[in-house]
Design a protein around this ligand. Structure first.
Ligand code: EPZ
Length: 438
């Protein structure tokens, strides 16, 4: 078992290169199932979720190949990976097995592309996970409106299309608002459907727009992405292309909070502050200085932090994927903060672990009430899901003494070499295996 050992109390200072977005890369890789010829993707991060998607695409008949890095390591951090090539070699395979889907829910992103391009798909139905119940009913409803027929067989959803999918106008909102991967699944399928599709209530996240941009380069006709109404004119075929994945706004936001929590000063390279508007708004109220110059964000803090209230919402609201990290910061603010979760009402497993480090937090319904304390203490804590684990790393950076975070495989799913990036700006963090340096 791998763990992180962090000796807290170091002020972070320096530059960090932000990786390409995990949540853009995953559905974009799945969309490559629809293209004829090779697609070259730049800035796909090296993460275990990306390896899982590569394996799934391999099982679905694709050749997935990672090239050598095309740039040297920057700012003392790790070398980021070279471009990823994806080419479809065999279009007969249509099964996303339980073994893969159970380890990564984003596997559902292959459903739309498979139905559109191959006319059939079998995908294991994802179960619940640490952050709550995550149904796929809206994905299925949208694809059914395009003409796919589904039945459940042995825990799998089996979809078929007679002839070709047909475009239509549909509403895709759900009880918690729009669905990100659901919107992408329908948008992908509609790109190869006959006629026009209009998605009303579409997710506006930058990851949806990034995938739309990829599809447009492949030959798709899409407008309105980035707004709640996306219009797609179906085309007969898509062809391989070259694409640069957008910067990871969640990784960037996590490092912004790392600067704030350590009273540090970080320059975050290759990022887009426009994607972090709500995050900047909350951090500035906390008392953090944020500015930008071209693709660099400067983030620093030099004083006690203010308590603030925050509610997670679909984009452009404050992202649920940064809720745990902001909550860790608010544990050290002056006064009481209320953190309300509107996307995943039970996404609060980090509270228990933060309490073990001396935080004063309690959950009330779908909110956490945080009473700021003067300091946190190092402890042995357990990573439970990706973003909760990032919150524990942040808490460990500032806690008195040593923090050990077990089960860091959760962090490896979504943060590219986080310990190397943090060590390069002054953190004392080490990866250990079974208690020994890894
Ligand atoms: C994406 O998941 C992200 N994952 C999640 O990031 C992120 O938390 C989430 O969007 C919300 O921003 C990837 O992009 C790979 P949703 P997704 O469908 O698309 C409900 C991380 O840490 N819903 O937008 O699966 C759902 O339960 C991960 O990187 C339905 O009810 O999320 C939730 O309450 C975790 N029925 C809300 O909609 C459906 O069919 C939004 O979920 C689909 C969703």
């Amino acid at each position: 078992m791998e763990s992180f050992v962090i000796r807290g109390g170091q002020r972070l200072k320096g530059k960090i290169e932000i990786s390409g977005s995990k949540n853009s890369s995953l559905p974009i890789m799945a969309a490559c199932l629809m293209a004829d010829g090779r697609t070259r993707l730049h800035r796909v991060p090296r993460l275990s979720d990306i390896s899982t998607m590569s394996k799934l695409l391999g099982e679905l008949g694709c050749h997935v190949y990672r090239n050598e890095p095309d740039s040297p390591p920057a700012y003392g951090g790790p070398a980021l990976d070279g471009p990823l090539d994806i080419e479809v070699l065999d279009t007969d395979k249509c099964v996303a097995s339980h073994d893969i889907v159970s380890t990564m829910r984003a596997s559902i992103s292959v459903l739309g592309p498979l139905l559109a391009r191959r006319g059939k798909a079998t995908v294991s139905i994802p179960g619940g996970c640490q952050i709550g119940d995550r149904p796929i009913d809206i994905h299925l409803r949208g694809l059914a409106k395009l003409g796919a027929v589904f039945h459940d067989v042995d825990g799998n959803v089996v979809g078929e299309v007679k002839g070709r999918l047909k475009g239509c106008r549909m509403y895709l909102g759900g009880p918690q608002g729009p669905t990100v991967l659901g919107t992408i699944n329908i948008m992908c399928a509609a790109a190869l459907a006959e006629g026009q599709t209009i998605i009303v209530g579409a997710a506006c996240e930058p990851e949806v727009s990034d995938c739309a941009e990829l599809l447009i380069k492949m030959g798709a006709r899409i407008t309105g992405h980035g707004t709640p109404e996306i219009r797609i004119e179906g085309v007969d075929r898509l062809t391989g292309t070259e694409h640069y994945v957008i910067p990871d706004r969640i990784e960037c936001g996590t490092f912004m909070i790392a600067a704030a929590i350590t009273n540090g000063e970080l320059e975050l390279k290759h990022c887009n502050l426009d994607h972090l508007f709500a995050v900047t708004d909350r951090l500035e109220d906390v008392g953090v200085n944020v500015s930008r110059e071209n693709g660099t964000i400067f983030c620093s803090s030099a004083r006690r932090l203010n308590a603030v209230d925050v509610t997670t919402q679909p984009y452009p609201g404050f992202p649920t994927d940064l809720q745990a990290q902001l909550l860790a910061l608010l544990c050290l603010a002056d006064g009481m903060s209320i953190v309300s979760e509107r996307i995943y009402p039970d996404r609060f497993v980090h509270i228990g672990e933060l309490r073990r480090m001396g935080a004063r937090v309690r959950k009330e319904g779908s909110a956490a009430i945080v009473q700021g304390v003067k300091e946190l203490q190092g402890a042995t804590v357990m990573a439970s899901d990706l973003r909760a684990s990032a919150a524990l790393v942040l808490a460990g950076l500032v806690a008195k003494g040593t923090t050990r975070i077990d089960r860091v495989y959760h962090i490896d799913r979504g943060y590219e070499r986080i310990e190397q990036k943090l060590a390069a700006v002054g953190a004392q963090i080490e990866r250990v295996k079974d208690g020994r340096p890894g």
